[in-house]
Design a protein around this ligand. Structure first.
Ligand code: ASP
Length: 598
C-alpha cells in the first residue's frame, strides 16, 4: 500500500521480519479489550488487521484518550513492531505473529454510536446495510468483494490490452436502443417535452465504432434497464462490452475464453481448461429444459415417448395421442419419504404440469410408484434401461406438450440436482439461439436485439418461428453471464429483419433511420459480446446476489436507502422541464406521507 507521513505502512502488512521497526499506522478501531489497564486494539485498515498494545506506562496518550476509544474511531498510532509473546501468536491473521507496542496515539476522528456492529458474525438486515453502505464496506465480506470486483476488471482489461482493443466511452444520454427492456428516461430542459434514454447497452454505438474503422472496441459500460426486480437484477449494472470487425462467432468466443481464464485465475487461482464446452440452444432445451443449463451435474432429460407408444396407462396414452410427449429425469438416490415426493408433485403442478409421476427402483428391480400397476414388465425394463437406473434411484416423469414438459423437468432438475463439488465452475457457451421466442399465445418476440444476424435471411422470412440467429450466450453454473452475436452489416437485411420483427418501415426509419443510414457506408462484418461484470464476480465469489458485488446497489423496489433516490424535485425544476405530475400521482404522494406520519 502507498504510504504517507501520516501512515508509513498498512496494518495488514506487518510480519515477523518487521520486528524492531518503528512505524505509524492509521485506521479504525475494530475491537478494543481492556486487560487490567493494558488496552488491546485490533486496528483495521484497507490492508488488514493488526493487534496494537497500549500500555499506559509506555504510551503517553492521555487516560481520557485511552479510555474514551470506541469502535470505529479513526486513529493514528506510532509504535514499535514486536513479536507476540510466546504462545499468543494468532494463526488466523496474516499479521498474527506480531503486535505493535504503541508509544503514541491520536484520535483523527471519533465515531458516532454505530447502527450495527462491524462484525462478520453478526447477521444484519440488508436495508440497514445499504443505508450505511460505507460502514458495511468496512466488513471483511464487502471489502473483499470490492477488491475482487476491481481485480476482475483488471484481469479483463489485461485481455483487452493484449488484443489491442481500444477503450472508447459512449454517451449515456442517448436515443432509445432496443434491448427488450423499458428505457430509463431523462427529460431535456433545452427541448422541453423531449427525453433522452439511458442506454440499455452501448449496442448501436459500438456498431457505429465498427463503421468508424475502430476494429477492436471495449468499454466497462454502465447499462440501465427499467425492469421489475424479478430474480437477481438491478436497474443499473456494469457490462464488459466488446466488439470486433472482420470477426465471426469464433473470434468472439476465443476472446471470451481468454477472459474466463484470466478472471478465474485472478479471483480463484484456478486454471480453467479450454475449450469451454459448447451446446446448441436446441440441445440445451432438449436435455436440460433451459437455455442456461447448470452442467455441474448430468441428470439429462430422457424422452420416453416411444417406449410408451402402446401403453395401457391412460394418462400417458392420452397425452401421446394428442401430439404430447412423455419425458423424465433420473433424480438419483433422493431417498425421499412420501411427503417429500408429494411436495415434488405439488412443485411440478405449480410449474405448470398437470402432474408428476414418480418411480423408485427397488432392490429387487421392481418399481415402487402410484402407477406401477399400469405398467407392463416390458415397459418397466425399458424405463430402467432408458434412465440407466440402479436400485434406490427416483425417476420423475412428466407427460404434456413438449414445451411444458421440458420447462417443468428443467426446473425440477435444479430442485433435486446437487453438484458433487459446490466449488465447481461449469462454463458453457450456448449457441444458435432462435431469432424469436414463441410466446404462450403463439405471438413472436425477438430473442435477442434486432441487430443480430439471422443464420439465413430467407429462412427468417419463410419460417420465423424456427429460424436460427448467429447469437450465443456464456453460462456459468446455470446463470447467464452475457450474450452477443454476429451483427447484420447489410442495410437491406437490417430493414428486412425490422419488417419480420413487426417494426414497420416508417417506425424503423423514425427510430433507427440514422443507424440504417450509417450501415450504408461500407460497414465491415462485425460481431461482439457483453458480459455482466457483477454477475460473473458474484458467482466466482460464491455470493448469492449481485447486490453483494455492486458497491452501492438499489433495493428490490429500485430505491437507494442511503441517498434516498429516487426522490421528488422542486416544482420549479419540473416547470423548467415542462413536466406536470398527474393529480392522481400527487394524491399518492400525499397518502404515502400521511402513512409515514409526516
Ligand atoms: N448489447 C447486448 C446486451 O446488452 C450484448 C451484445 O449483443 O453485444 O445484451
Amino acid at each position: 500500500m502507498a504510504t504517507s507521513p501520516m501512515k508509513t505502512i498498512g496494518a495488514g502488512e506487518l510480519r515477523a521480519q518487521n520486528a524492531g521497526e518503528t512505524v505509524t499506522l492509521a485506521g479504525w478501531v475494530a475491537r478494543r479489550r481492556d486487560h487490567g489497564g493494558v488496552i488491546f486494539i485490533d486496528l483495521r485498515d484497507a490492508s488488514g488487521i493488526v493487534q496494537v498494545v497500549l500500555n499506559p506506562d509506555e504510551a503517553p496518550a492521555s487516560e481520557e484518550v485511552l479510555h474514551g476509544l470506541r469502535s470505529e474511531y479513526c486513529i493514528q498510532v506510532t509504535g514499535t513492531v514486536r513479536p507476540r509473546p510466546e504462545g499468543t501468536a494468532n494463526q488466523e491473521l496474516p499479521t498474527g505473529a506480531v503486535e505493535l507496542a504503541a508509544h503514541g496515539l491520536v484520535v483523527l476522528s471519533p465515531s458516532a454510536p454505530l447502527p450495527f456492529q462491524i462484525d462478520e458474525r453478526v447477521d444484519i438486515d440488508e436495508g440497514l446495510r445499504l443505508q450505511y453502505r460505507y460502514l458495511d464496506m468496512r466488513r471483511t465480506r464487502m471489502a473483499g468483494n470490492l477488491r475482487a470486483r476491481s481485480a476482475a476488471i483488471g484481469a479483463m482489461r489485461r485481455v483487452m490490452d493484449r488484443g489491442d482493443f481500444l477503450e472508447v466511452e459512449t454517451p449515456t444520454l442517448i436515443a432509445s436502443t432496443p434491448e427488450g427492456a423499458r428505457d430509463m428516461l431523462v427529460p431535456s430542459r433545452l427541448r422541453p417535452g423531449h427525453f433522452y434514454a439511458l442506454p440499455q447497452s452501448p449496442q448501436l454505438f459500438k456498431q457505429l465504432l465498427m463503421i468508424g474503422g475502430v476494429e477492436r472496441y471495449y468499454q466497462l459500460a454502465k447499462c440501465y434497464r427499467d425492469e421489475d426486480f424479478r430474480a437477481d437484477r438491478q436497474i443499473e449494472f456494469t457490462q464488459l462490452d466488446f466488439e470486433g470487425s472482420f470477426w465471426g462467432q469464433d473470434e468472439v468466443l476465443d476472446v471470451l475464453e481468454q477472459i474466463v481464464v484470466e478472471v478465474v485465475q485472478e479471483l480463484r487461482g484456478e486454471e480453467i481448461e479450454l475449450p469451454i464446452a459448447r451446446i446448441s440452444y436446441a440441445d440445451a432445451m432438449e436435455k436440460y429444459g433451459t437455455d442456461k443449463p447448470d452442467l455441474r451435474f448430468g441428470m439429462e432429460i430422457v424422452d420416453l415417448s416411444d417406449l410408451f407408444a402402446d401403453t395401457e396407462f391412460k394418462a400417458f396414452a392420452g397425452v401421446l395421442g394428442s401430439q404430447g410427449t412423455v419425458r423424465g429425469i433420473n433424480g438419483g438416490a433422493l431417498g425421499l419419504a412420501r411427503s417429500g415426493l408429494d411436495r415434488l408433485v405439488e412443485r411440478a403442478q405449480e410449474l405448470g404440469a398437470r402432474g408428476l409421476v414418480w418411480m423408485i427402483v427397488q432392490e429387487d428391480g421392481s418399481l415402487r410408484s402410484p402407477v406401477a400397476k399400469f405398467l407392463s414388465e416390458r415397459e418397466i425394463a425399458a424405463i430402467k434401461g432408458a434412465f440407466d437406473a440402479s436400485p434406490g434411484d427416483t425417476l420423475l416423469i412428466v407427460a404434456d406438450e413438449a414445451k411444458v414438459v421440458t420447462s417443468v423437468l428443467g426446473q425440477l432438475r435444479l430442485t433435486v440436482g446437487q453438484p458433487e463439488d459446490s466449488d465447481e465452475l461449469a462454463f458453457v457457451f450456448v449457441l444458435d439461439f432462435p431469432v424469436f421466442d414463441v410466446n404462450d399465445d403463439g405471438s413472436l418476440s425477438p430473442a435477442h436485439h434486432p441487430f443480430t444476424a439471422p443464420a439465413d435471411v430467407d429462412e427468417l422470412a419463410s419460417n420465423p418461428e424456427t429460424a436460427i440467429s448467429q447469437s450465443y450466450d456464456l453460462v456459468l453454473n446455470g446463470s447467464e453471464l452475457g450474450s452477443g452475436s454476429v451483427r447484420i452489416h447489410d442495410p437491406e437485411i437490417q430493414a428486412k429483419v425490422f419488417e419480420v420483427m413487426n417494426i414497420g418501415a416508417e417506425d424503423a426509419r423514425s427510430r433507427f433511420g440514422w443507424f440504417l443510414e450509417a450501415l450504408r457506408y461500407g460497414t465491415p462484418p462485425h460481431a461482439g459480446f457483453a458480459i455482466g461484470v457483477d454477475r460473473m464476480v458474484s458467482i466466482l465469489r460464491g455470493e448469492p446476489n449481485i447486490r453483494e458485488i455492486i458497491p452501492f446497489p438499489k433495493t428490490q423496489t429500485g430505491a437507494d436507502p442511503l441517498t434516498g433516490s429516487p426522490g421528488r424535485v422542486e416544482e420549479d425544476q419540473l416547470f423548467q422541464l415542462g413536466i406536470d405530475v398527474r393529480p392522481e400521482v400527487r394524491i399518492g404522494w400525499a397518502e404515502a406521507e400521511e402513512d409515514a406520519g409526516a
